[in-house]
Design a protein around this ligand. Structure first.
Ligand code: SAM
Length: 288
């Protein structure tokens, strides 16, 4: 069967659920080796699908939890002869799942957070990461397969095209490391884009804490939505030129020239001196 066939292991891939199933055993082996699951850890997989990662991980541990939205796939896992007694299956939309409630019920041992992993449906990967960042204090690490472009953005440094709001928000919460690149041929059906696995390790202590995350979201959204403009112009509804200068910002700099520490400083100033602008809802679902 060609790698673009929609049928894999008797299941027809559903595009709306971003289903591209891993089938390359080498790639699967390398991802599981990167996760390095150990018995006794709290493991949580998002989107187990047909079990490509779930099965080899379950060989190493006695139990793990999976969140799967596709009812047919959750049903298959429930009757999976080798997996079913190890799995806790949460048949829900991971985007709406209250991980905090669930994690708190686990009675996590101190200093041992949940280890989250998944080959994420690409259509929801950014909002899902934003959703998970809210629970960063309960997470030990996350390993995700994403579009390679998204991994580049997560890992980017200032002064580059890939550097943006997603970079700042991810690096605010986590240390971010690229792990491996994965070609389209590793999946069935093959996606149109290259993929890569990334490791995100939430900081125990945030290096640049802000008083209110809303203002970090707000200032980065406004700066990067107009990334070709100078910050003096892009941020003119939030700061006067003098205020920016007093905060050590070069007025001719552009969004991509500021480091996370600069954005955190701007956000904290806005928190202490809220401008008279509408406090609009920042949409995690928009492309960032
Ligand atoms: N882990 C499998 C693999 O590597 O072959 C499947 C990966 S596939 C890219 C994404 C999986 O996430 C599918 O099983 C899909 O049904 C599931 N999924 C899609 N949207 C979801 C959501 N909102 N919440 C939970 N699971 C979701």
């Amino acid at each position: 069967m060609s790698s673009n066939s929609k049928k894999h292991l008797g299941h027809t891939a559903r595009k709306r659920f971003g289903q591209n199933f891993l089938h390359d055993q080498n790639v699967i082996h390398n991802i599981v080796a990167a996760i390095n699951p150990q018995n006794g850890q709290y493991l949580l997989e998002i989107g187990p699908g047909l079990g490509a990662l779930t099965e080899p991980v379950a060989e190493l541990v006695d139990k793990l939890t999976v969140v799967e939205l596709d009812r047919d796939l959750a049903e298959r896992l429930r009757y999976h002869p080798f997996l079913n007694h190890k799995l806790t299956i949460i048949e829900q939309d991971a985007l709406r799942f209250n991980f905090r409630e669930y994690f708190e019920e686990l009675d996590l041992v101190e200093n041992q957070g949940v280890r989250v992993f998944g080959n994420l449906p690409y259509n929801i990967s950014t909002p899902l990461m934003f959703h998970l960042f809210k629970f960063h204090d309960l997470v030990q690490d996350m390993h995700f397969m994403l579009q390679k472009e998204v991994v580049k953005r997560l890992c980017a440094a200032p002064n580059s095209k890939a550097y943006g709001r997603l970079t700042i928000m991810a690096q605010y919460y986590c240390q971010v490391m690229p792990v491996l690149e994965v070609p389209p041929s590793a999946f069935k059906p093959a996606p149109k884009v290259d993929s890569a696995v990334v490791r995100l390790v939430p900081y125990k202590q945030l290096p640049h804490p802000v008083k209110d995350i809303y203002w970090l979201n707000r200032v980065t959204t406004q700066a990067f939505n107009q990334r070709r403009k100078t910050l003096r112009n892009a941020l003119s509804t939030l700061f006067s030129a003098e205020q920016l200068e007093s905060l050590g910002i070069d007025l001719n700099a552009r969004a991509e020239n500021l480091a996370l520490a600069d954005y955190a400083r701007l956000a904290n100033w806005l928190c202490d001196n809220p401008p008279e602008v509408e406090k609009v809802e920042i949409d995690d679902l928009e492309d960032v």
